[in-house]
Design a protein around this ligand. Structure first.
Ligand SMILES: Cc1ncc(COP(=O)(O)O)c(C=O)c1O
Length: 370
């Protein structure tokens, strides 16, 4: 295989470009002595809440924990059902099992967002919550979902792991429903020093509950009053995230600019491309194309030094983890299955330069004989 010419992930280049700005911030957080949940974390929580248009943000150790804590705080447990799209990263649904509830897998639209009419058909009196995923950094049709959840008394939890910086009709990812869950792991649009996440909410009681869950179940009176966990954010991660949040909108707009270049060049080849819809900001956590010749194209691009990945190779319900939770005959999810067979993620990060973009477009064009 050729040496990677165009890297899939941008973190090394990000460090090369911004390390000189970032290192003193990390150093100051280390020198402060408050390594976990220090002043930087409190400041980051305030800035993140303001950015998402929420009253509160609570930093935790990962988005996996953010999702689980949100379900627990919403009172989801044994005997409850939780609607979840059938196409996402495993953490969107494993949190439901962790809470002791049953995932109900719902088919998605052609770009992977949960579809309201299908979700509505799957809702039962046992549906206590729904997890709405902004897959690949695209928000889909959140307005209808919010109204549906409100009318049915269902706790809406946003899996915005991939979507910080995305918006729909002026509303940012992280601003929907009861709780928004965001990831800052190194593959995400804003990354910290390792795993990291946050819950955003307008509900003060929910924020208090998450603060308690992230630190061993301690309450406001500093008594350990419930079963809790240890899921904190290092201060150095928060310092880095404060810096990265200030790079908005530049870093996100660079992703969108590259995405527009990809779309303009690849659509004429007959490929399905993720155009940004009017009134929305797609943050392109992943830039995904769809082709029946996906595996052949992936091999061709890798041979040319273009790093590509598949997100995801299976519908969620197909993973053995969920087998015991499936209804007889399993869910029917033709759109999720079609995505699993055709989706291919191309390199996407703000640090791709003109030569990288040209290399990607020429390699894809070469495959299709153009
Ligand atoms: C859609 C989705 N949900 C949840 C997660 C979990 O995030 P974390 O790695 O911060 O636990 C991820 C991470 O890839 C994700 O893509």
């Amino acid at each position: 295989m050729a040496k990677a010419k165009v890297p899939f992930f941008g973190v090394a280049r990000e460090y090369a470009a911004c390390g000189a700005d970032m290192l003193p911030l990390v150093e100051a957080a280390l020198a402060s002595g408050g390594l976990l949940q220090g002043a930087e974390v409190a400041s980051f929580e305030q800035e993140l809440a303001a950015y998402c248009g929420r009253a509160h943000a609570v930093a935790v150790g990962s988005c996996t924990d953010a999702l689980f804590f949100s379900l627990v705080a919403a009172g989801v447990g044994q005997g409850d059902e939780v609607l979840v799209p059938d196409f996402s990263f495993v953490a969107s649904a494993s949190c439901i099992l962790r809470a002791g509830a049953t995932p109900v897998f719902c088919d998605v639209d052609p770009w992977g967002n949960m579809e309201l009419d299908k979700a509505a058909k799957l809702a039962t009196p046992r549906t206590k919550a729904m997890i709405y995923v902004h897959l690949y950094g695209r928000m889909g049709q959140p307005a209808g979902i919010e109204a549906f959840a409100r009318e049915r008394g269902i706790a809406l939890i946003e899996d915005a792991a991939q979507a910080i910086g995305a918006s729909h009709g002026g509303r940012r990812a992280g601003s929907m429903g009861l709780a928004g869950c965001i990831s800052f792991d190194p593959t995400k649009p804003l990354s910290c020093l390792g795993s990291g996440g946050a819950v955003t909410t307008d509900d003060p009681a929910l924020a208090e509950d998450i603060r308690s869950l992230r630190y061993h179940g301690r309450d406001a009176a500093r008594k350990f009053s419930r079963l809790g966990y240890n899921s904190q954010m290092p201060s150095a991660s928060a310092a880095l995230l404060r810096y990265k949040l200030r790079q908005d909108p530049a870093w996100g707009d660079r992703r969108r600019e590259i995405a527009a270049r990809y779309c303009d060049a690849l659509e004429p080849l007959g490929l399905a491309v993720p155009r940004e819809e009017p009134g929305t900001r797609h943050i392109y956590h992943k830039f995904v194309i769809k082709t029946q010749r996906r595996d052949e194209l992936a091999a061709h691009l890798k041979a040319q030094g273009i790093e590509v990945m598949v997100h995801y190779a299976d519908a969620l319900h197909a993973h053995p983890l969920f087998a015991p939770a499936l209804p007889q005959g399993g869910p029917q999810s033709p759109n999720a299955q079609a995505l699993a067979a055709t989706a291919l993620s191309l390199p996407m990060h703000p640090w791709l330069d003109e030569a990288d973009i040209q290399a990607v477009l020429q390699a894809v064009g070469g495959f299709f004989g153009k």
